[in-house]
Write a protein that binds this ligand. Structure first.
Ligand code: NDP
Ligand code: BG6
Length: 509
């Protein structure tokens, strides 16, 4: 397939300000990370804080407090965070940046069942306020398993700061089903206002996901054709080549439906399908997203497919099947793949299928949203002239190779009138020539600034769970023989059938 590039004027590089809001620097604060010894803190949170420090985007007075049940000291915490930064940060290591960030770093061992927990943490935070000028502003990041969130929130609430603001970032999955999510919403809501609660879905912090908003609402050409009249269907793919990566304990009870579908996937769908908000305040954007989630039609059993990978080859390397992964039951029924045909029951999208699929151990890492337009009503060319011509597709590459690609028909050079599909591409890498910020950088900074636009509101979470609960209830009535796809393939054959039945097929490139 040929490829053409949109002519883009590269912007002047300013690596210190790239892609992150500089409207104002956050007020002084402390961030308390519950789950400080966990994978997320190591791989994402600490590297994100380092990158913010690297760009001077952190508050002038700032402190990181790590908290977990495991015994540790300030020094051991600093050492492991240094390791995390050196291993995972997207920026080069600079001693002076690290020294400044690490200067205020503290560790507290705590157990939410212990009555004195509040005292040790609050005492430490009060001291930090006095010594480091953090003004009683506190951002609590709950990077812990869902079961630990409620009790920890209660403890935090007992000792909430009265001199500054208190904000909570809550990791996903938020609950395990609708009932537990409601309970958690109610529990947190007893102590904190919605404006203090930041339910994180890191896909919303990805540049390309925000660019989808820019594409739709900052350009006049797309909105008139962004509907059932012009769009044949939409395909959303969240494919990962990795397996469970040592997270079997969590994944066994979550599966693909709770890990990705309930949150990242449905948020991508909501942003693709939402009406234009009247402004970009948190509530306007979230009001429009929740309407889409509410309009999702519960799919029938034939419209949802699940799979689990068996042994196979991914990127040339032999990998074990899911049931052979450490910590996974030998007869596990957990799904590692889901595909579904969804409908948004409203005037804009009635009868337009949204085909979605997500899974682990697929051939490659790829998150894309493909908007497939209807064919031209009557191509006045001979059939042979348009051989290989596909319908127009606007492909949004969320990751990797972030950018957009528009497939159009173009005349091949030479005699006659032969038409082929070519692509007009916009690539972040070549248009802006600098690395994109990690989602967690953007989101942590937004929470410090009190901007909840890119966080999920309680009603969105509940709509998402209502759909998942309906799907899971249908699954409990019908068993599937697992494993049913080999690692390194695009899921079970029934995933292809889902589209073939409608005379369509998944994009393959
Ligand atoms: P890990 O199992 O690696 O770490 C969990 C952390 O929580 C550890 O620091 C653990 O330390 C602490 N913890 C566990 N139970 C409690 C408790 N009862 N009270 C206080 N602290 C506790 O998990 P991850 O870091 O992978 O994930 C954390 C959260 O982030 C989960 O909700 C996960 O779904 C979410 N998440 C993770 C992602 C990832 O890539 N890892 C991506 C997106 C979301 P200790 O045992 O010492 O208390
Ligand atoms: C997390 C899931 O939310 O997202 C993981 O728990 C998954 O299972 C990860 O691997 C994917 O995130 P990203 O940003 O690498 O696409």
């Amino acid at each position: 397939m040929s490829s053409t590039s949109f002519s883009t004027t590269p912007t002047t590089r300013n690596p210190l300000t790239e892609g992150l809001p500089l409207r104002r620097r956050p007020a002084p604060c402390s961030i308390v990370i519950f789950g400080a010894s966990g994978d997320l803190t190591m791989r994402k949170l600490m590297p994100a804080l380092y990158s913010l420090a690297f760009r001077h985007l952190l508050p002038e007075h700032f402190t990181v407090v790590g908290a977990a049940r495991t015994a540790g000291s300030d020094d051991s915490f600093r050492e492991s965070m240094l390791e995390a930064v050196k291993t995972y940060a997207r920026d080069e290591f600079r001693q002076e940046v690290w020294d400044e960030l690490c200067a205020g770093m503290r560790y507290v061992q705590l157990d939410e069942t212990d009555d004195s927990m509040g005292d040790s943490l609050t005492g430490m935070l009060d001291r930090i306020d006095r010594e480091r000028g953090t003004l009683g502003n506190r951002l609590y990041y709950f990077a812990v398993p869902p079961s630990a969130i409620g009790p920890l929130v209660e403890k935090v609430a007992e000792d909430r700061s009265t001199t500054g603001w208190n904000r909570l970032i809550i990791e996903k999955p938020f609950g395990h089903d609708l009932a537990s999510a409601r309970e958690l919403n109610e529990e947190i809501g007893r102590y904190f206002n919605e404006s203090e609660i930041f339910r994180i879905d890191h896909y919303l912090g990805k540049e390309t996901v925000q660019n989808l908003l820019a594409l739709r609402f900052a350009n006049g050409i797309f909105e008139p054709i962004w509907n059932r009249q012009f769009i044949d269907h939409v395909q959303i793919t969240v494919a990962e080549s990795i397996g469970v990566e040592g997270r079997a304990g969590f994944y066994e009870s979550a599966g693909a439906i709770r890990d990705i579908f309930q949150n990242h996937l449905l948020q991508l769908l909501a942003i693709t399908a939402m009406e234009p908000p009247s402004d970009f305040t948190a509530d306007s954007v979230r009001n429009e997203k929740v309407k889409v989630l509410h309009s999702l039609h519960t799919p029938g059993p034939k419209s949802v497919v699940r799979g689990q990978y068996g042994r196979g080859f991914v990127e040339g390397v032999e990998v074990p099947g899911y049931r052979e992964e450490p910590g996974v039951a030998a007869d596990s029924d957990t799904e590692t793949f889901v595909a579904a045909k969804l409908y948004v029951d409203n005037w804009r999208w009635a009868d337009t299928p949204f085909y979605v699929r997500m899974g682990k151990r697929l051939p490659r890492r790829e998150t894309t949203i493909a908007i497939q337009f209807k064919r031209a009503p009557h191509p006045p060319f001979e059939e042979i002239a348009v051989e290989g011509l596909r319908p127009n597709v606007l492909l949004i590459h969320v990751q990797p190779d972030e950018g957009l690609s528009l497939a159009i028909g173009a005349k091949m050079p030479g005699q006659g009138m032969s038409i082929r599909t070519v692509h007009m591409d916009f690539l972040y890498g070549s248009a802006f020539r600098y690395g994109l910020p990690e989602a967690y950088e953007r989101l942590i900074l937004d929470a410090m600034l009190g901007d909840a636009t890119l966080f999920t509101r309680s009603d969105e979470i509940e709509e998402q769970w209502a759909l998942v609960d309906a799907i899971v209830a249908a699954w409990s009535r019908d068993r599937v023989a697992f494993p049913n796809y080999a690692a390194g393939t695009w899921g079970p054959p029934s995933s292809d059938d889902l589209l073939h039945r409608d005379g369509r097929s998944w994009r393959r490139h």
